[in-house]
Design a protein around this ligand. Structure first.
Ligand SMILES: [Zn+2]
Length: 383
């Protein structure tokens, strides 16, 4: 089993705010030891990197083939109560505990344990290893990773993103858009409210508006019953403002997100929020012309909607992934691969219910099932 590699990865703290390079270095060294060179695609300041490596087919072909993909970062453990050190993996009661066990170093470790076999086997078609950074902050890194696959004209015929699906073959998830809004009002002593522009009060109007849009999606649809939450959601998840109880606040910032099912026009929805922000800005400027509202897209990840009948679905089911018509609520990098024309499913060990939680774990049995799928893939590739 890939437990060696999984625990090695888990011991490297790759919380998204920190560098993932220590982990990438481990992988580069392992690949190099087996004669496979890695291409790294760094972020702007060079502190993080995606990794792309190709195991060529026996005849030297590097195009086509199968992508195995995962993200290297994990969510923070800040403020969580853990029964054991999140970065010192531990097996208890048939479960492997640690940050990233389920999301998603279990999958990546299982794949890395196959590097010697992938490098030695005469493969009928190439296998591409694609590891990203910053998935947990909105699928940021995978954008340049997928671009690199396109730039190299690799044209894979199938991609498996190993996010935790309990080894079900998932063909759909919602898109994700995060929007950040900064309200700039005017500070004043709180006894002199007419001289200030209260940024919090105006931000609150947008909070209500987002909730209104969410309620409308919830009651009026569109609906897709394959989703656990069968409609588009929108929610304000962070807000910050004010400096003192006796000061009219000059600044209030908030971030909200919406997760859209396939039938919803994402750009039109974004425009709706922008229009409301502009309306609020105008009413702030009526109080004081210097007031303003800044809106920016924090992150955006396309949805996944792999058409039924696409070969990749039968292929991965044939390797032992459990067929499923269910779509999942959480976003993954799979939508980015699909958008680049690469037929993609999500299939990996572990239950999303344990992801991001304290005492995150993956069932050892799930890792065995992932191993069985990779075994089946290797024997298929050996022909
Ligand atoms: Zn994940």
């Amino acid at each position: 089993m890939g437990l060696d590699w999984i625990t090695r990865l888990l011991r490297v703290d790759t919380t998204s705010r920190d560098s993932n390079l220590p982990l990438i270095d481990l992988v580069v060294a392992e690949l190099r030891a087996h004669g496979v060179e890695s291409a790294l695609v760094h972020n702007e300041d060079g502190t993080k990197a995606n990794l792309l490596a190709t195991f060529p087919a026996a005849d030297g072909t590097t195009t086509g083939g199968i992508v195995l993909s995962g993200h290297t970062d994990v969510v923070p453990v800040d403020g969580q109560q853990w029964s054991s050190d999140p970065f010192a993996p531990e097996i208890r009661d048939g479960r492997l505990y640690g940050r990233g066990t389920c999301d998603m170093k279990g999958f990546i470790g299982s794949v890395l344990a196959r590097v010697p076999e992938l490098a030695d086997a005469p493969l009928r078609e190439p296998v591409h290893l694609a590891l990203s950074y910053d998935e947990e902050v909105g699928c940021v890194g995978a954008i340049s990773l997928v671009d690199e696959i396109v730039r190299r004209e690799l044209r894979p015929r199938a991609c498996i993103v190993g996010e935790p699906t309990s080894m079900r073959v998932i063909t759909g998830h919602k898109s994700l858009t995060m929007i950040r809004v900064a309200f700039h009002g005017v500070a004043a002593h709180s006894s002199r409210t007419p001289h200030g522009v209260n940024a919090i009060e105006h931000a609150a109007q947008l909070v209500r508006f987002v909730r209104g849009v969410a309620d409308q999606f919830r009651t009026e649809g569109p609906f897709d019953e394959h989703h656990d939450v069968p409609f588009t959601t929108a929610t304000v998840n962070q807000i910050e403002g004010g400096i003192a109880v006796n000061t009219v606040p000059a600044v209030c910032t908030l971030t909200f997100e919406f997760r859209a099912i396939a039938g919803v026009d994402v750009d039109a929805t974004i425009e709706k929020f922008y229009a409301e922000a502009r309306r609020i800005e105008q009413s702030m400027q009526q109080e004081n012309p210097s007031a303003r509202v800044e809106v920016s897209i924090g992150a955006q990840a396309p949805g996944l909607d792999t058409p039924q009948g696409e070969d990749v679905i039968e292929f991965v089911s044939g390797l032992g992934g459990a067929a499923s018509s269910e779509k999942v609520a959480y976003g993954t990098e799979a939508g980015l691969f699909q958008r680049a024309g690469i037929p993609t499913v999500v299939c990996g060990p572990g239950d999303i219910a344990q992801a991001h939680a304290p005492d995150e774990f993956v069932e050892i049995d799930q890792l065995h099932r992932c191993d069985a799928l990779l075994d089946a893939l290797l024997s298929h590739l050996r022909g």
